[in-house]
Design a protein around this ligand. Structure first.
Ligand code: PLP
Length: 287
């Protein structure tokens, strides 16, 4: 397996970074997770835009322009002869001193890893997920924007730990006002009377690329699609609940805080959107 690391391709065993890298010392950097379907890099432009916006927001200079980065990503997939894959792009602040001031980090480090995708088990899609709301709140947008996909994911990790402790599959994360935002690394949708709702991103959700693709698909297929704030109560009484994300695509939620959703079964709208999404990913991408 070949990893793109700081300007060259190196073998996985040799792909190591300095202990002085501020990505390691402070979680100072940004990342993206991208999927490759049948040799096509799905929504590459959207992922690159988000990566460069995350970097711009934290004043991190990516030493390549978007076109060069696109090349690097596609080359990494090719070099590893992958047809279906998961790509992780990381840009860290690079090595500096032990102080946290990024001024002394002169060489941001770009890493691209492409590997065979560990697919989520089919049973999980058929059974659906159990969700639990957690006490850890989504970080406030005015403090650190949830739109920055930074290497500092402690907030989301705490949420995941809480979900693990509660014995559920995934967490339901609220903002500091109690509105539903998202899962630990996925966006949430609810369906009520054939209308589909997802929280507006200003409440504190990442503007997921899968989320946006599903919003487009829902509209295209004639559903009323609304970006409206909602609370846990609305989730408890929804006809269907599902999550979206690069890794999970679209997955049903069948239980939330012990309340069964749709009698504990994945719903029709969720299945429909998953089917349509899987059609789209085959045709939409950079080869
Ligand atoms: N929310 C968070 C916090 C994430 O990290 C991710 C994963 O990227 C998502 C949502 C889903 O976004 P996307 O569909 O772009 O993968």
């Amino acid at each position: 397996q070949w990893i793109f690391l700081g300007g060259e391709f190196v073998k996985k065993e040799d792909a190591v970074v300095s202990v002085y890298d501020h990505g390691f010392l402070y979680g100072d950097g940004v990342f993206e997770g991208i999927r490759v379907y049948s040799g096509n890099v799905f929504k590459l432009e959207e992922h690159l835009n988000r990566l460069y916006e995350s970097a711009q927001s934290i004043m991190l200079h990516i030493p390549y322009d978007k076109e060069e980065m696109e090349r690097i990503i596609v080359d990494t997939v090719r070099k590893n002869k992958l047809d279906t894959a998961y790509i992780r792009v990381v840009v860290s602040r690079g090595p500096g001193n032990l102080g946290l001031d990024p001024t002394f980090c002169s060489q941001p480090k770009v890493i691209v890893i492409a590997e065979t995708l560990a697919l989520f088990p089919k049973e999980l899609y058929q059974r659906g997920l159990r969700l639990g709301s957690v006490s850890t709140r989504r970080n406030r947008p005015d403090v650190l924007s949830p739109q920055v996909k930074s290497l500092n994911y402690l907030n989301n990790i705490l949420v995941k730990l809480e979900a693990n402790q509660a014995g559920v599959d995934e967490a339901l994360m609220l903002n500091d006002q109690g509105y539903v935002t998202e899962g630990s690394a996925d966006n949430i949708f609810i369906v009520k009377n054939n209308t589909i709702y997802t929280p507006p991103v200003y409440l504190g959700a990442l503007e997921g690329i899968t989320r946006n693709a599903i919003i487009d698909l829902a509209k295209k297929h004639g559903y009323t699609m609304k970006e409206t704030p909602f609370t846990r109560h609305d989730v408890y009484v929804a006809d269907e609940v599902f999550l979206t994300g690069t890794a999970v695509e679209v997955i049903a939620v069948v239980e939330v805080d012990g309340r069964k959703i749709n009698g504990g079964n994945p719903g029709k709208v969720t299945s429909h959107l998953l089917t349509e999404f899987r059609k789209v990913v085959r045709t939409d991408g950079v080869a």
